[in-house]
Design a protein around this ligand. Sequence first.
Ligand code: 0O2
Length: 210
Amino acid sequence: NVIDLFQRNMMPLNQLMSYYRCAIMEVETKFKVLNEQFSLQYDRNPIETIKSRLKSPEGIVKKLKRKGYPFSLESIEENINDIAGIRVICSFPEDIYLLAECLLQQDDVTLIEVKDYIKNPKESGYRSLHLIIEVPIFLENEKKNMKVEVQLRTIAMDFWASLEHKLRYKKDIPQEEADMLAKNLVECAEISADLDNRMEEIRNRILKNS
Ligand code: 0O2
């Protein structure tokens, strides 16, 4: 199979995956440090939770096939941006942009791409801020720049995305029912975005008065 081919013919895929794991650790630490600093300086934690995941070799091979990219380690590094994935969940939309700004101004972080699905939600209703960044990891004798996909979203956006994900991967729902659920989800995404904004407004008024 294709994964065996990778292992036999080139730098083992395991080694590359380990580099991505290191990059996840680096970026996770950056967010934890920012959260700690905000908690000291402003007495609040902008981050609710951080979830990380490494794309499986099967997932990588599937994506290479789907996008028609060559099967090589160079191609993986060049073309697949979401092998290392970090999801940062905040309570309020403003904190998403605040954290993104703080991360991007760090001098070892290079921005590759921004996809702002909060300002421009997907047709499905999906909202999140996606950043593709590059960070260095320091190995025994070399420094290697690795790509990481950061998804920043509110608790409400995350709640919505996990339910919508269930529908997306359920293949046995009759088409008519699936269409109706998708339409319902678009509405829920709008209600949820409205709730996020109203809660933020209330939070800001509380802060103003304290
Ligand atoms: P998983 O299992 O979460 O990893 P690209 O990655 O650039 O080739 P694309 O679609 O342009 O492809 O990337 P994009 O739009 O930045 O989205 C990638 C990830 O965002 C997805 O990863 C999901 O995690 C999330 N996402 C994007 N759109 C939706 C959506 O409509 N609903 C939900 N629930 N999640 C979404 P994967 O690889 O699809 O899956």
